[in-house]
Design a protein around this ligand. Structure first.
Ligand code: ZN
Length: 134
C-alpha cells in the first residue's frame, strides 16, 4: 500500500467510519466518494456512518515472520472480520493466543496505539480486534 493511500484511508482506519449509499443501501468501507455499483447516481447520496465494531472472523492468517521492529509482536494474527453491517475489515487480532483464533469467532474492535512510525511505510492500524468473551 502506498503512503498516500494509507493517509487517505487513515481516518476510517482510526474510527471505523464507513459510508452507506443512499441509492442501493450498500455499506462501503473504507469510505468512498462514489458507490461502485450506482456510480454517478450515488453522488451526494453517500452518508457517513460508524460501524458498531463487532463481527466475526471470516478468515485469518498467522504471521510468523515480520519486519524486525515488529519482532516482539510475532507471531501475530491478521484476520478479515465480517462486520455485523456486512462489510469486511482487515485487522490484527490481539489479547488471545494465535492458536485460539477460529473462523466464526466473535470479535470487537478496540482502539490501540499505532505502531512505530518507521520510514519504511509500515501499515498501522488504529483499531485492532479482541475476542468477545461469551
Ligand atoms: Zn449504491
Amino acid at each position: 500500500m502506498s503512503t498516500a493511500r494509507f493517509w487517505r484511508e487513515n481516518p476510517s482506519r482510526y474510527n471505523l467510519t464507513a459510508v452507506r449509499c443512499g441509492v442501493c443501501k450498500r455499506i462501503l468501507f473504507p469510505p468512498r466518494s462514489i458507490c461502485p455499483i450506482c456510480r454517478r447516481k450515488s453522488v451526494g447520496k453517500l452518508e457517513e456512518m460508524k460501524l458498531r465494531g463487532e463481527g466475526e472472523i471470516y478468515s485469518f492468517s498467522i504471521v510468523y515472520e515480520a519486519p524486525s521492529h515488529l519482532d516482539k509482536m510475532k507471531p501475530y494474527v491478521i484476520a478479515i472480520v465480517q462486520m455485523d453491517e456486512g462489510v469486511r475489515v482487515t485487522g490484527q487480532i490481539i489479547d488471545c493466543e494465535p492458536s485460539d483464533v477460529k473462523i466464526g469467532m466473535r470479535v470487537r474492535s478496540t482502539l490501540r496505539k499505532l505502531g512505530e512510525d518507521g520510514e519504511s511505510g509500515i501499515i498501522h492500524y488504529g483499531y485492532k480486534f479482541i475476542p468477545v468473551k461469551s
